[in-house]
Design a protein around this ligand. Structure first.
Ligand code: SF4
Ligand code: SF4
Ligand code: FES
Length: 336
């Protein structure tokens, strides 16, 4: 079967084959990423071939200058993560025939990551975030006697299987919308790892971890875009782990932050009137006595007014709001 592949080429010297067509600049927030040149190759491969098969065939038999990173070819090592048709995937797990659109497949490094060359992204930001969450256990004391192990219930470890499945490929971070606009955000992979250690019954520093993860750039900076859930090739669902960390952090008393205030303001408004009071949401999230923080929100407020999105000054309850209140009291918990 014949497949056409458009390979996003980049090298710092800016030397390209004549056939490499200049790509359009990436749209915001990736407009600082260097535009790629796209070089088209045709390969003959079996119907079941994956994207990585095509890239290896190109490198081996047509153009040895194409740089691509891979190792296991079995969706285990995580090294072949790249953009395939504009979203992050493992090239060795992406069937070419499924990804052929208008007769071709486009591959490139994601513009959210620095690029080293062609299809090889610089994963330094990914590994920095990984290390920032302390991805190791701080064993509880006293340690087990020599030749013995910490004993934990099976159920506690089963709870962590989903996060342990992570292969550190970076697909989630590459497509994370919050990371795209905030380089300081710890990101989905690191926070899923963070949950794996914070929730491990053998760890002695759960509370300290939750305090760290609650700071700006941590669990509250996720915007629930679900990209990490959609793109993870191993079903880790990082957003779900972030939500678990948020519950753990609130239960541990880490509530003096914009994220918890935002969630509280949201829930209180819906509980009392049946809908969201957008006029008070932002000031309550920032904190009424946080003057500097309040001043920083002014440009957003002016932008909303300019765009004609000023919420109603008088916030009215919806008819039958008592039913909403009943739901809150039935669910119970923090907002009862
Ligand atoms: S859900 Fe949150 S962590 Fe996941 S990709 Fe979106 S912003 Fe990033
Ligand atoms: S959470 Fe999934 S997408 Fe993210 S690094 Fe781990 S395996 Fe890859
Ligand atoms: S080559 Fe190892 S995950 Fe694709």
């Amino acid at each position: 079967m014949q497949f056409t592949i458009e390979v996003g080429r980049y090298n710092p010297q800016g030397t390209y084959d004549q056939s490499a067509v200049a790509g359009a600049p990436y749209p915001p927030p990736w407009d600082k990423a260097p535009p790629r040149r796209y070089q088209t190759y045709t390969v003959n491969l079996p119907e079941h071939a994956v994207v990585l098969d095509a890239l290896i065939a190109i490198r081996e038999y047509q153009d040895e200058s194409v740089a691509v990173r891979c190792a296991c070819r079995s969706a285990i090592c995580g090294s072949c993560a790249m953009w395939v048709n504009g979203h992050s995937h493992l090239a060795c797990k992406s069937k070419l025939s499924d990804f052929t659109k208008d007769g071709k497949t486009r591959v490139e490094t994601p513009p959210s990551m620095p690029v080293i060359r062609d299809l090889v992204a610089d994963m330094t930001p990914f590994w920095q975030k990984h290390l920032a969450v302390k991805p190791w256990l701080e064993g509880k004391k006293p340690a087990p006697p020599p030749m013995e192990e910490y004993r934990v219930p099976n159920a506690a470890m089963e709870e962590l299987i989903q996060e342990v499945s992570c292969i550190s490929c970076g697909c989630c971070l590459m497509d994370c919308e919050s990371f795209a606009v905030n380089a300081d955000f710890l990101g989905p992979h690191a926070l899923a790892k963070a949950y794996r250690y914070a929730a491990d019954p053998r760890d002695a520093q759960t509370k300290e971890r939750l305090g760290e993860y609650s700071k700006p750039g941590g669990i509250w900076d996720c915007t629930h875009c679900y990209e990490c859930v959609t793109q993870c090739p191993k079903g880790v669902a990082p957003l779900e782990q972030i939500l678990k960390l948020r519950r753990m952090a609130v239960d541990a008393g880490f509530t003096n932050n914009a994220g918890t205030r935002h969630a509280d303001a949201f829930a209180e408004s819906v509980k009392h009137s049946g809908r969201l009071n957008e006029l008070t949401l932002l000031p309550k999230s920032v904190g009424f006595f946080n003057i500097v923080g309040q001043l920083k929100t002014l440009p957003s407020a002016f932008n909303m007014i300019r765009a004609g999105k000023l919420p109603p000054i008088i916030h009215k309850s919806i008819p039958g709001v008592q039913r909403i209140k009943n739901i809150f009291s039935r669910v119970g918990g923090r907002f009862k």
